[in-house]
Design a protein around this ligand. Structure first.
Ligand SMILES: [Zn+2]
Length: 191
């Protein structure tokens, strides 16, 4: 993908995360793959509403090298996904409400609706064990929890959603939210 186009998509998508309510507590982060070696990611600790495409950070997926503004602190996790899933073109990390509720129980999510299973790419969305933000284990365990599916929960933290383009990835995030809500409802009913 063209670098300038990627900057625009990532900037716009960061704002969309806020407006669509996918970041409930603190900032999440968004990235787009440029090629097998590079990605564009949202910067660290900035208000998304004030960001411009020029504030987005170009990062080398293998060396983590970047220029200018500091990239998001979860950048290693994004790189790990691009390294292990060659067809994935975009990654978003959210603090969306229902996924965060399930993640706070450290349980996997049984995806009850077959339509949701199709979009999420699995019948169960796994929860990676709790790990400190930006740690090696968070990176490795979350990528492992995603496996060949399109999402994972990050225990006591939030969710990771991936896709072959940004629209797909947002669809995964909203579907994960619906699946988590169904899962919680089913637990309440059976309690
Ligand atoms: Zn986070």
């Amino acid at each position: 993908m063209d670098i300038q186009k990627a900057r625009e998509i990532v900037c716009e998508s960061g704002k969309k995360l806020v407006h669509e309510g996918l970041i409930a507590r603190t900032w999440g982060n968004v990235s787009v793959r440029i090629d097998e070696r590079k990605m564009i990611i949202t910067p660290s600790g900035r208000k998304y509403d004030e960001l411009t495409p020029e504030d987005m950070v170009l990062v080398d997926i293998y060396t983590l090298k970047h220029e200018g503004i500091k990239p998001s602190s979860e950048l290693k996790l994004h790189c790990e996904i691009y390294k292990t899933r060659p067809h994935i073109q975009s990654v978003i990390h959210t603090h969306q409400l229902y996924a965060s509720v399930v993640a706070s129980t450290q349980n996997d999510v049984e995806v009850l609706d077959p339509e949701h299973q199709k979009i999420l790419g699995a019948k169960t969305i796994k929860a990676a064990p709790y790990a400190l933000p930006n740690s090696k284990s968070l990176t490795v365990d979350t990528a492992k929890a995603v496996g060949s599916s399109n999402a994972a929960l990050m225990s006591n933290h939030g969710a990771l959603c991936i896709g072959t383009n940004m629209d797909e990835t947002f669809k995964v995030a909203h579907t994960l939210e619906a699946a988590c809500k169904n899962f919680i409802d089913s637990k309440i009913k059976s309690a």
